[in-house]
Write a protein that binds this ligand. Structure first.
Ligand SMILES: NC(=O)c1ccc[n+]([C@@H]2O[C@H](COP(=O)([O-])OP(=O)(O)OC[C@H]3O[C@@H](n4cnc5c(N)ncnc54)[C@H](OP(=O)(O)O)[C@@H]3O)[C@@H](O)[C@H]2O)c1
Length: 226
C-alpha cells in the first residue's frame, strides 16, 4: 500500500508513518518543513519518502498531487492527521473568530483540499482509504463548552467524512473519522496514553479490509457516537 500522512514529522502522524512502514507499506512522509520530512523519512528507511506539504497551501497540495502522480501513479491511503489550535484558553461565547478561522483552514479545509487534489490517485487504487484524524471532542452527542476553534473544525471534518463516504462509495473508497484518544504529544500534553496506542487507532482505519466500514467514527476500532 502507498499511504500519505500529513503532519508526519512529530506526534501521532510520525508514529502512524512509522507503524505503516514497519508493516511493509510505502509511506509519503509529509511535513510543512522539508528538512523535518527528510529527517523522519531517513529514520524510517527506504520505504519512507519525504515530501514538503503545508495543508493550508493550495500550491503545495497541487505540487504534492503531481509529485505522487509522477512517482507512483496511485495513492491507496490518505491520512489527514495535521491539525492545530487545541484552544483550551477560549470559550465559544467570546472566542477570537480569527483563531477559529485559522483552525478551520488547517483542520477542515486542509483535509478537504487534499482530498480534492488526490482523488484521481485514490480512485486509481483498488483499495482507497481516507482517514480523517478527528477527536471525540467533536461528538455532538456529548458536547459541552470550550475549545471552540478546535471543536468546530473537527465537527466540520466529521461532516466532511460522512459526505465523502457517501459520495465515494461507488468508487469503493472507505472514508472514516478516527479519534486517537488522549495522547501524550505536543498537542495532548503530558498524561495521555502513549503515541503508539493513539497511532494504532488511526492505522486500524488505514488498513481496513475491502469489506470494512465507511462513514464511521471510531477509536481503537470501536464506534463512537457522532
Ligand atoms: N494528542 C491528543 O490527545 C489528540 C486527541 C484527539 C485528537 N488528536 C488529533 O490527532 C492529530 C495529531 O495530533 P498530535 O497530538 O500528534 O499533534 P501535534 O503533536 O501538535 O502535531 C501536529 C502535527 O500537525 C502538523 N501541522 C500543523 N499545521 C500544519 C500544516 N498547515 N500543514 C502540515 N502540517 C501541519 C505539525 O507540523 P509542525 O511541526 O510543522 O507544526 C505536526 O506535525 C490531530 O488531528 C489532532 O487533532 C490528538
Amino acid at each position: 500500500m502507498i499511504a500519505l500522512v500529513t503532519g508526519a514529522n512529530r506526534g501521532i502522524g510520525r508514529e502512524v508513518a512509522r507503524q505503516l512502514v514497519e508493516a511493509g507499506h510505502t509511506v509519503l512522509v509529509t511535513a510543512r518543513s522539508a528538512d523535518a520530512a527528510a529527517g523522519v523519512a531517513a529514520e524510517l528507511g527506504p520505504d519512507a519518502h519525504p515530501l514538503r506539504l503545508d495543508v493550508t497551501s493550495t500550491d503545495d497540495v497541487v505540487r504534492c498531487a503531481a509529485d505522487v502522480a509522477d512517482r507512483f501513479g496511485v495513492l491507496d491511503a490518505l491520512v489527514n492527521n495535521a491539525a492545530i489550535t487545541y484552544d483550551t484558553w477560549q470559550r465559544a461565547a467570546d472566542a477570537d473568530l480569527d483563531v477559529v478561522r485559522d483552525a478551520a483552514e488547517t483542520n477542515l479545509y486542509g483535509p478537504w483540499r487534499l482530498v480534492q487534489a488526490l482523488l484521481p490517485l485514490l480512485r486509481a487504487s483498488r483499495h482507497g482509504r481516507i482517514v480523517n484524524v478527528s477527536s471525540e471532542a467533536a461528538s455532538l452527542a456529548g458536547m459541552g463548552g470550550g475549545t471552540p476553534a478546535y471543536t468546530v473544525s473537527k465537527v466540520g471534518l466529521n461532516a466532511l467524512t460522512r459526505m465523502l463516504a457517501a459520495e465515494l462509495r461507488p468508487d469503493r473508497i472507505l472514508v472514516n473519522a478516527v479519534c486517537p484518544g488522549w495522547v501524550a504529544t505536543d498537542m495532548g500534553g503530558p498524561g495521555g496514553r502513549p503515541v503508539t496506542a493513539g497511532a494504532a487507532s488511526v492505522v486500524w482505519a488505514v488498513t481496513l479490509p475491502d469489506d470494512g466500514p465507511t462513514g464511521g467514527f471510531f477509536r481503537d476500532g470501536r464506534p463512537l457516537r457522532w
